[in-house]
Design a protein around this ligand. Structure first.
Ligand code: FES
Ligand SMILES: [Fe+2]
Length: 423
């Protein structure tokens, strides 16, 4: 392992990384350009952009962008930076508009980023060509309702980048119980730590019974039993390639269509079942209720989004020691009677992931402490070698080990090393 700051790739070595990866601002700056500005970054779920004129503002790495659906319904990602003197042209998190007008000198742009109007244009006669001053556009592609953008014109097509993770995205979307998935709501928080600490956490089954002891103690016995995967040999994690990984905590829910009908529905949902049964048939009710906790796996997509059981977790690197997280609750986009399902899903989400939840606040304490501890001995390794001696290959060829092993972290750092070392 080297301490040469010009070659950060040397700080990751398969089964370990230097603690300095969390604390060195130079490495952080290089990550923004070498990773976040070069690969596909998740920006939206299609349900957030339901029709022409809808938009949301977000970030790709540290750069502000607006995701829009233009008049023709096409998804666009535009840099949120006026071509005049650089002001942000939209500060609303989401909404509907015909276009965007910069608040500073009122240059106005269409939903596709084209510069449409300039006030008092006589000063620009013979000086500028409006057709050359569109908002900067990012490549935008979607898969399974997930919208990604990249600054890199040469990046591989999105589907290629997702590769084998596509199968797991398809499976994740089955939690709509036959209906499409929509965003129900979201909240944001920040923690005083490096973004990779969160990236590691999504497929870290090892911490679950330790950090989430209070959550386990706060739920009903059936839910606690469902999440007691520590000694279940069928609970495994796969390295899916390209930095992506999936951790199957409840393998019998990985493919919700594979239901032999023998698993009883949880007693906590008895009232919900009774309500849904007034209008929906038994098979439909079973599908919806069996998917209440999502798909039983966490899918981590390098570098900034995970599909975790029943929600999306989006990370945004802000500084070497500051990361913003967005938790996006999802549920079926169905007829009005499905509202009862979504109300209950939100309560489950709040109970673990909410600001006063029994899960995420405990995770965040762990992340903060990693950042604080990692100030010490920056070259001393962070170990990600758990289970390396029992890693095998699945039938699909994916490196695979137990759900408590650090296969997912090794997958992410393998991609990190490749991107950071590649000039
Ligand atoms: S900075 Fe946008 S119009 Fe001047
Ligand atoms: Fe956790």
């Amino acid at each position: 392992m080297t301490d040469n700051t010009t070659a950060p790739a040397g700080l990751a070595a398969g089964d370990r990384v230097a603690g300095r990866l969390y604390t060195d601002p130079e490495i952080f700056d290089q990550e923004l350009t070498r990773i976040f500005e070069r690969t596909w970054v998740w920006v939206a779920h299609e349900s957030e952009l339901p029709g022409p004129g809808t938009f949301k503002s977000t970030h790709v790495g540290k750069q502000p962008v607006i995701v829009t659906r233009d008049r023709k319904g096409e998804l666009r990602t535009l840099l949120n930076r006026c071509r005049h003197r650089g002001a942000s042209i939209c500060e609303k998190p989401s909404g509907k508009a015909n276009g965007f007008t910069c608040p500073y000198h009122a240059w106005s742009y269409g939903l596709n980023g084209q510069l449409r109007g300039i006030p008092y244009p006589d000063g620009y006669e013979g000086v500028i060509d409006k057709s050359e001053l569109s908002l900067k556009k990012l490549r935008t592609e979607s898969y399974g309702g997930l919208v990604f953008a990249t600054f890199n014109e040469d990046a591989e097509p999105l589907e290629e980048f997702l590769g084998d993770a596509r199968l797991w995205i398809d499976r994740f979307m089955k939690q709509g119980g036959g209906y499409p998935i929509k965003v129900l709501g979201k909240h944001q928080f920040k923690f005083r730590g490096n973004w990779k600490i969160q990236l590691e956490n999504t497929t870290d089954g090892y911490h679950f019974p330790i950090v989430h002891r209070s959550w386990m103690a706060s739920v009903d016995a059936e839910t606690a039993d469902m999440m007691s995967f520590m000694t279940d040999p069928a609970a495994i994690t796969h390295d899916l390639g390209n930095g992506h990984s999936v951790m199957q905590m409840v393998p019998e829910h990985s493919d919700l269509d594979a239901d032999d009908g023998t698993e009883p529905l949880q007693g906590r949902f008895d009232d919900l079942v009774a309500e849904l049964s007034k209008t929906l048939d038994e098979a439909q009710v079973r599908k919806l209720v069996r998917a209440m906790h999502g798909t039983g796996f966490n899918l981590n997509l390098f570098p900034n989004v995970s599909m975790s059981s029943a929600f999306f977790r989006v990370l945004r690197p802000v500084a070497v020691d500051e990361t913003w997280i967005e938790h996006v609750a999802i549920g079926p986009d169905g007829p009005p009677e499905v509202d009862a399902v979504n109300r209950e899903r939100l309560r489950i989400h709040e109970h673990f992931q909410g600001p006063f939840g029994f899960g995420t606040p405990d995770d965040a304490e762990g992340w903060d402490r990693v950042q604080r501890g990692a100030q010490g001995a920056p070259e001393m390794p962070i170990l990600v070698n758990r289970g390396i001696g029992r890693e095998t290959r699945s039938a699909e060829g994916w490196p695979t080990a137990h759900v408590t092993d650090e296969t997912g972290m090794r997958a992410a750092y393998g991609k990190w090393k490749e991107m950071m070392g590649d000039d």
